[in-house]
Design a protein around this ligand. Structure first.
Ligand code: 6GU
Length: 232
């Protein structure tokens, strides 16, 4: 799978992409991830990429010229122009089913915004798939792009090594359950015991227990979302 990341802050991705999982997947040829500086497509001695909004208001907007030129040039680099994603808090909310949808593509192009947003004509010209990672405001799309790359990459066959691991994750499978509790050694920690069923060797009983626990954890989470703990 090829992923292009278009940003004004390419250095933010350096250590992220060198990390163990993504580093190995790129070395193996399972992933081809490229970071492109939008400023390389800006004109004039100042290489200007942003400007003040017409009509007034705070902050700066990304200008359509350099952004559209950059996206078009990068998409033309391969026969498959890829699926264009714009990172914006106004987009559809990312969840595991959106991640699975992105992971099925051969190429995605992630467009990161900074400042107060994008000139509207960028959307009108490029008609991107607009995605948000949640209802809060980030200073730019870079962190959101890293979230998408991390979540998508682990679904690409071969990247995790153990394909079963992605299949068993929280939010995977038809029921979209979160995982229940898990235990490793020691069998007793400060008087807390590992549940007997997990030591029984009865795989059917263990699978049923895990599913029941996942239902409990998912139900508890549904309640916690609607009644958050109060701030002291
Ligand atoms: Cl994709 N971008 C920004 N700037 N803020 C966000 C976001 C994206 N998703 C949630 N908040």
């Amino acid at each position: 799978m090829r992923i292009d990341i278009l940003t004004l802050f390419p250095e933010m991705f350096t250590s992220f992409l060198e990390g163990s999982l993504l580093g190995a997947a790129q070395a193996n040829g399972l992933l081809d991830i490229r970071v492109v500086n939008i400023r390389d497509y800006a004109e004039g001695v100042h290489r200007q990429v942003d400007d003040r909004p017409f009509g007034g208001g705070p902050g700066m907007l990304l200008m359509p010229g350099p952004v559209v030129d950059c996206v078009e040039a990068v998409r033309k680099q391969a026969a498959d122009a890829g699926h264009l994603v714009m990172l914006t808090p106004a987009g559809r909310r990312l969840d595991q089913s959106v991640v699975e949808e992105l992971a099925r593509r051969d190429r995605i192009v992630l467009l990161c915004g900074r400042y107060e947003g994008f000139d509207e004509r960028i959307r009108e010209t490029l008609e991107p798939d607009e995605i948000s990672i949640g209802d809060y405001v980030l200073s730019g799309g870079e962190v959101a792009a890293m979230v998408i790359v991390d979540a998508v990459a682990r679904l690409v066959p071969g990247v995790l090594g153990d394909e079963e691991s992605a299949r068993q994750d929280s939010f995977s499978g038809a029921e979209r359950l979160v995982e229940g509790p898990q235990y490793t050694r020691p069998r007793e920690f400060r008087g807390l015991q590992v549940p007997d069923v997990l030591l029984s060797g009865d795989h059917a009983r263990i699978a049923k227990w895990r599913h029941d626990q996942a239902l409990v954890a998912t139900e508890r989470r549904a309640h916690s979302i609607h009644s958050p703990r109060s701030i002291p």
